[in-house]
Design a protein around this ligand. Structure first.
Ligand code: GCV
Length: 648
């Protein structure tokens, strides 16, 4: 038999492009999705995982891969090249994924609400008939950008998720996703043996508990032979975990890993832990996890949020990435905009993601970036697998994400997981071309809008290292004054900004919480000194006098006011850009984005008015003359209480 398992010479209609759920305006659905190429599956090719090659000119084009899924990725890549006008010449492309596992984390609950989801109810339609076409569309979109795994349920997991009835439903979803190369994973609740299985304990070192998990895992694999594994949030924000029994995170993770190992399943154990007792929330993950370096099984990855606190508009990278050289680590990003204006604000997130991945931890000398560590380049012998996670912003909304431009961050997450070296501009450009048009009069200004949008949000929400100034529970608008009787201090903005008459900012230096020591040199010294700390992180690491002279020669106070104004001006500029590109966009999408920009502009002014007036009470300094003065009185803003749920 010919060594090629399959050779197809045909017009290839990309499988599943059914448009059944109103998706004609998404990437890879615009225009006629037909490409001509010979498709070759050759297991002997020198390619990693599901990599592919595209060779030849338009008349003799060949797509080669070791696997069927690799050829599918090749077809999507060729289609993307066609859609972006790059397929007319002779091609010689070889692509291999940066991460082996490229995973979406859905924070979807069994009642179909979505934690921090702003695009409607869960697409899994729990308790309703399986929406086969919708899930196929979801699978196709994800496969087209290389995503190959999905955690179906919230990390705040209910034990009920592991009921047999639920697992049968999960198997049905897995069957729909499989042809697109997407594996299913589940978040599990650590106390499931007691809560669901009726055992007296969920102590990971107790034999009956281990047997319970082994039996549950066997049940799962009988239904889903290619099941990916478990994601676990343990001893975090009230969720149970091994520490409830005096055991460590590694005891808990390894017990689950042993149950999954016979089936090649993995455990993704989250490092998102913080105890109210710790003097600095930013230190907590390192304090708990660094001593466990080297203690985790080969099929465990420790999943770390990009920053040490919680998906803020800007944080330094989590120092934990540089502190566990003997452990497989994976980054977690938040695609859903919990802290970035929900689905109301246009904020393209790739620059935020890339800022983290490109950060040099110096853990093995210069060049030890988070991308290199987590793709296994820095410590190759430690990494048996590699993975990256993004908290999904997907819901049942017609446009999937609530804001047409929020799709771009989903798209960017997938493209980045496939190729960490792609720039924010490359990804944004190709997304715009496939989703809207390649007309330069549209493309260039809108590209500029996307590329500056993250920095604009930092400016109008939390410039210069401010963080967590958000309103209680929903995290939408500003509430730096927030006080909730009896609340955990580290859930309140004052814990983070520490404003007083002298100045503002969290002293995380060696004289303060000591967080700067969690970084390797030269970063530790750089962050520790107010002179050398980058201004964009100044108030993250330092308590700074209001009249401190900034690089511009202005005082800190004046710079704060100017940043807020700059953020507002930038959004007002976006409104003008959007007016200008009206001829290039269909009316429905144009109007939807226009309406969202109006909200964003008004919110930016709300942020400025709230923060400038509130902090002005501490600084005692006036808003500079050349900056627009606040418009709404602080007392009025303090009365705003939004009744926002975790989904809309
Ligand atoms: C899933 C933050 C969010 C929570 C989220 C948590 C986490 O605290 O506000 O909604 O819970 O992060 O990542 O586990």
């Amino acid at each position: 038999m010919n060594k090629f398992l399959a050779i197809l010479l045909s017009a290839i209609v990309i499988a599943g492009c059914s448009r059944s759920a109103g998706n004609d305006l998404l990437w890879l659905c615009d225009g006629d999705p037909v490409v001509k190429a010979e498709v070759v599956v050759d297991p002997d090719l020198g390619l990693i995982n599901d990599g592919f090659m595209i060779q030849g000119g338009p008349r003799d084009r060949v797509i080669k891969a070791k696997t069927e899924i690799g050829t599918l990725y090749g077809k999507y890549a060729l289609q993307r090249l066609e859609a972006t006008g790059k397929a007319d010449e002779v091609l010689d492309i070889k692509e291999e994924p940066s991460y082996e596992r490229r995973i979406l984390n859905h924070w979807d609950n069994l009642d179909n609400t979505v934690e921090r989801g702003y695009a409607g109810w869960s697409i899994w339609h729990w308790g309703e008939p399986v929406p086969v076409d919708l899930i196929k569309d979801y699978a196709r979109l994800n496969a087209s950008i290389g995503i190959n795994g999905t955690v179906l349920n919230n990390v705040n997991a209910t034990p009920e998720m592991l009921n047999q009835e639920k697992l049968i439903r999960v198997a049905e979803i897995a069957d729909i996703l499989r042809p697109y190369g997407i594996k299913v994973y589940l978040s599990v609740n650590f106390s499931s043996p007691a809560a669901l299985g009726g055992l007296e304990t969920s102590d990971p070192l107790v034999k009956e508990v281990q047997e319970w998990w082994a039996a549950k895992v066997a049940e799962i694999y009988a239904l889903i032979p290619d099941f990916g594994g478990f994601l676990v949030k343990a001893n975090s924000e009230g969720l149970p975990g091994p520490q409830d029994y005096g055991r460590s995170h590694s005891d808990g993770a390894n017990m689950l890993a042993d149950a999954l190992a016979p089936y090649d399943g993995i455990v993704m154990w989250r490092a998102f832990v913080y105890s109210p007792k710790s003097p600095d929330r930013a230190n907590q993950a390192s304090e708990e996890f660094q001593p466990l370096d080297g203690e985790f099984r080969d099929n465990v990855l420790v999943q770390i949020k990009n920053g040490p606190v919680d998906f803020q508009p800007r944080e330094p990278f989590s120092p934990l990435f540089g502190q566990m050289p003997k452990t497989q680590l994976m980054p977690e990003f938040q695609i859903t905009q919990e802290y970035l204006g929900f689905s109301n604000h246009l904020v393209y997130l790739h620059p935020l993601f890339k800022e983290c991945l490109d950060s040099d931890t110096y853990c093995k000398g210069p060049g030890s970036t988070i991308a290199d560590i987590t793709t296994g380049k820095t410590y190759p012998s430690v990494y048996k697998t590699t993975a990256i996670a993004g908290v999904a912003n997907i819901g049942r909304d017609e446009n999937w994400c609530g804001h047409d431009f929020a799709q771009s961050s989903w798209y960017a997450f997938g493209r980045m997981a496939w190729d960490v070296n792609l720039s924010s501009e490359e990804i944004a450009r190709e997304w715009l071309q496939q989703t809207f048009t390649s007309e330069p009069e549209f493309l260039e200004p809108v590209l500029d809008m996307m590329l500056t949008s993250r920095e604009a949000a930092v400016d109008y929400m939390m410039p210069l290292g401010f963080h967590h100034l958000f309103a209680w529970t929903h995290h939408y608008g500003p509430e730096p004054w927030c006080e909730i009787p009896g609340a955990r201090p580290d859930w309140l903005p004052k814990y983070y900004h520490k404003a007083d008459q002298e100045g503002v900012g969290f002293d995380r230096t060696t004289n303060g919480s000591g967080n700067t020591c969690h970084y390797h040199e030269p970063l530790a010294s750089m962050y520790d000194s107010i002179e050398t700390c980058p201004e964009e992180l100044l108030l993250w690491f330092h308590h700074v006098p209001w009249d401190y002279e900034m690089a511009s020669g202005r005082t800190l106070w004046d710079e704060i006011c100017l940043h807020y104004e700059r953020g507002i001006n930038t959004v007002q500029g976006y409104q003008k850009i959007w007016e200008g590109v009206r001829p290039y966009v269909d009316e429905a999408r144009w109007e939807a984005v226009r309406a969202k920009l109006e909200i964003q502009e008004s919110d930016a002014r709300w942020w400025r008015d709230a923060c400038v007036q509130y902090f002005g009470e501490f600084s005692g300094m006036p808003v500079p003359q050349d900056v627009q003065q606040p418009q709404r009185p602080l007392e009025e803003l303090k009365k705003i209480k939004l009744d926002m749920k975790h989904h809309n």
